[in-house]
Design a protein around this ligand. Structure first.
Ligand code: FES
Length: 219
C-alpha cells in the first residue's frame, strides 16, 4: 500500500524523484532541492597520461645562491686544512731570527752606551775602561724597553718609571733587579759575537753573574 508521498508523486507524473534524493517534509515533490556547487578545479588533479613527459619548474635563484655559498664555505675550509697540513712539514727555525750575531770590533765603540743596535737586536753595547759588555734592553719589571737618556746618564723605562744607571743597575722605580747582559765573545776575526739566547742575571738578593766568563770582554 503506497504512502501519501508516493501517492502524490504518482499523481504528478512529470516529477521524477531520483534514488537518494531527499525530499523535505512538507515540500512539494515538484520543487527540486538546490543543486550542489561544483568542486573546485584544484580539488582533484587528473592523472598524467601514461608516457607523458613531466617538466619540473626551474629552481628559484635564491636556492642556487645558497648552494654556491655552502660549496664555497666547504671548499675554503678544506683548502685551509690542506695548507695547515702542508705547513706542518715546513721547518720553522729558518723563519726565526738568529740569537747570535756580530756587532763589529771593540775599537768601533767609544766609552759609554751605544744604542745603534737597539732597534735591530734590542741590545746596547756598553764600554767601560776595563771591559765591554752587552745589556739586553728589557726592563726587569714587566718587560718594556727602556730609553737611554744621555743627558741624565741613565736608562728610563717609559712604562712605570724604573730607572737604571749607565751599566743597567736599577736604582728607582718598581724594577726588582738590574737588566740582563748577553753572552759576548770575540770570533776568529776579532769581532764581537753576541748571543742573546744566553743571558747573565743578577737576581734580587743573590750573587750577580756579571763577572762570569762570557758576560763581558776584557779590554
Ligand atoms: S715595565 Fe719598566 S717599569 Fe714597568
Amino acid at each position: 500500500m503506497d504512502s501519501p508521498i508516493n501517492q502524490e508523486l504518482s499523481a504528478n507524473s512529470d516529477t521524477i524523484v531520483q534514488p537518494g534524493e531527499i525530499v523535505a517534509a512538507g515540500t512539494p515533490a515538484s520543487v527540486p532541492l538546490p543543486a550542489k556547487p561544483p568542486l573546485p578545479a584544484t580539488a582533484k588533479t587528473p592523472p598524467a597520461p601514461v608516457g607523458a613527459v613531466v617538466e619540473s619548474a626551474p629552481d628559484p635563484p635564491v636556492n642556487k645562491m645558497r648552494r654556491r655559498i655552502v660549496w664555497a664555505s666547504v671548499t675554503g675550509f678544506l683548502v685551509t686544512c690542506f695548507l695547515m697540513f702542508l705547513r706542518f712539514f715546513l721547518p720553522r727555525s729558518i723563519l726565526e731570527p738568529s740569537s747570535v750575531f756580530r756587532v763589529g770590533y771593540p775599537s768601533d765603540y767609544a766609552l759609554g752606551v751605544d744604542t745603534k743596535w737597539q732597534q735591530q737586536y734590542r741590545i746596547w753595547v756598553d764600554k767601560t775602561s776595563d771591559r765591554i759588555f752587552v745589556i739586553y734592553a728589557r726592563c726587569t719589571h714587566l718587560g718594556c724597553t727602556p730609553d737611554w737618556k744621555p743627558s741624565e746618564n741613565k736608562f728610563k723605562c717609559p712604562c712605570h718609571g724604573s730607572g737604571y744607571d749607565s751599566e743597567g743597575i736599577n736604582f728607582e722605580g718598581p724594577a726588582p733587579r738590574p737588566m740582563d747582559r748577553a753572552h759576548v765573545e770575540l770570533d776568529a776575526e776579532g769581532q764581537i759575537l753576541v748571543d742573546i739566547g744566553r743571558l747573565y742575571r743578577w737576581p734580587k738578593g743573590e750573587k750577580d753573574e756579571f763577572n762570569d766568563p762570557g758576560a763581558y770582554i776584557p779590554l
